[in-house]
Design a protein around this ligand. Structure first.
Ligand code: DOR
Ligand code: ZN
Length: 347
């Protein structure tokens, strides 16, 4: 049995780190694990301008450990796409080092009320993004109340992604947190301009996890966990060595009391042990030798960024995921799969 696994330093291509005191609590966990991360812009208010993104970047850098593990973490900034994002801002965004814009269909998830109401309204901006080489990151779910929650990804593909890709053949798109067999097939059969991230929770758990032994809010995220056939399709593609599917945790911290409430917030917190969770999936699939490419090669390759230098090492060691961690001023945060035993530990 492999006792240690050394990988090129990985990146997280989809991450929420929040702001203020919450940022200070969660950022060191990601910075310890990953060299870079794509930072989601769904703050309140959302990060819609280049100035806001640069100021947010400064606050993230200021919250990093001063020295040692994680001190050299690099946040990759994104803007929140709205109906009114000015096309002229796209050139400035590229020049300022912004890498992508995030499309939240209005009302699809946490802090998405400023999201896009109609894709047509963003066409001039998408045109400018395509010209400037900015990526479009997609929360791929329709918000139509008539569409069942579990079908929202598949319907998004037909209604929105197919026409979008036809109209913008040069735009590079990442289908974030892919959750269904239909999504896997669509991305796999597309060309090299469409990639996808996959979270640890969608690889490890099916929707039964939300209801097992009682309602478990720490397994609730959006897109919601799906049925077992979908989980299997995700595991199969993630561990197959396909270069357009790569790591994106979607670690989405919320104080425990806000998740354990009458309208619990969506989001799984995985930053402290993300790499170990992925290693668990790859080992179960007999594909540990493919973990490095998924975690450290395919993401930068798709984004057109250099791969990292340096390595991280996972050791075979049993440890129990803690029940909670301190969060913001006086709250606690509960990680995904608290109390479960992992067999890999980041050295
Ligand atoms: O579960 C989720 N949480 N899904 C999202 O799309 C947003 C995220 C958050 O920001 O909490
Ligand atoms: Zn997210």
């Amino acid at each position: 049995m492999t006792a240690a696994l050394t990988l090129l330093r990985p990146d997280d291509w989809h991450l929420h780190v929040r702001d203020g005191a919450a940022l200070a609590s969660v950022l060191p966990h990601s910075a310890r694990q990953f060299a870079r991360a794509i930072i989601m812009p769904n703050l309140r208010p959302p990060v819609t301008t280049v100035e806001q993104a640069l100021a947010y970047r400064d606050r993230i850098l200021a919250a990093l450990p001063r020295e040692g593990d994680g001190s050299d973490f690099e946040p990759l900034m994104t803007l929140y796409l709205t109906d009114n994002t000015p096309p002229a801002e796209m050139r400035r965004a590229r020049e300022a080092g912004i890498v992508a814009l995030k499309l939240y269909p209005q009302g699809a998830t946490t802090n998405s009320d400023a999201g896009v109401s109609d894709l047509r309204k963003t066409y001039a901006t998408l045109e400018a993004m395509q010209r400037e080489g900015l990526l479009l990151l997609v929360h791929g779910e329709v918000t139509d109340p008539e569409v069942d929650l579990f079908d929202r990804e598949a319907v998004f593909i037909e209604r929105h992604l197919v026409p979008l890709r036809r109209d913008f053949p040069g735009l590079r798109i990442v289908f974030e947190h892919l959750t269904t067999r239909e999504g896997v097939q669509y991305v796999r059969d597309a060309d090299e301009r469409l990639g996808a991230t996959i979270t640890p929770q969608h690889l490890l758990f099916n929707r039964n996890a939300i209801f097992q032994g009682g309602l478990r809010p720490h397994y609730y995220c959006l897109p919601v966990l799906k049925a077992e056939e979908h989980r299997r399709a995700l595991v199969e593609i993630a561990t197959s060595g396909h270069p357009r599917f790569f790591l994106g945790t979607d670690s989405a911290p919320h104080a425990a009391h806000l998740k354990e409430s009458a309208a619990g917030h969506a989001g799984c917190y995985t930053a402290p042990m993300a790499l170990e969770l992925y290693a668990t999936v790859f080992e179960a699939a007999g594909a540990l030798d493919r973990l490095e490419a998924f975690a450290s090669h395919y993401g930068p390759d798709f984004y057109g960024l250099p791969r990292n230098t340096g390595t991280v090492t996972l050791r075979r060691e049993d440890w129990v995921i803690p029940d909670d961690y301190p969060f913001a001023e006086s709250a606690r945060i509960k990680p995904l799969a608290a109390g479960e035993t992992l067999h890999w530990k980041l050295a």
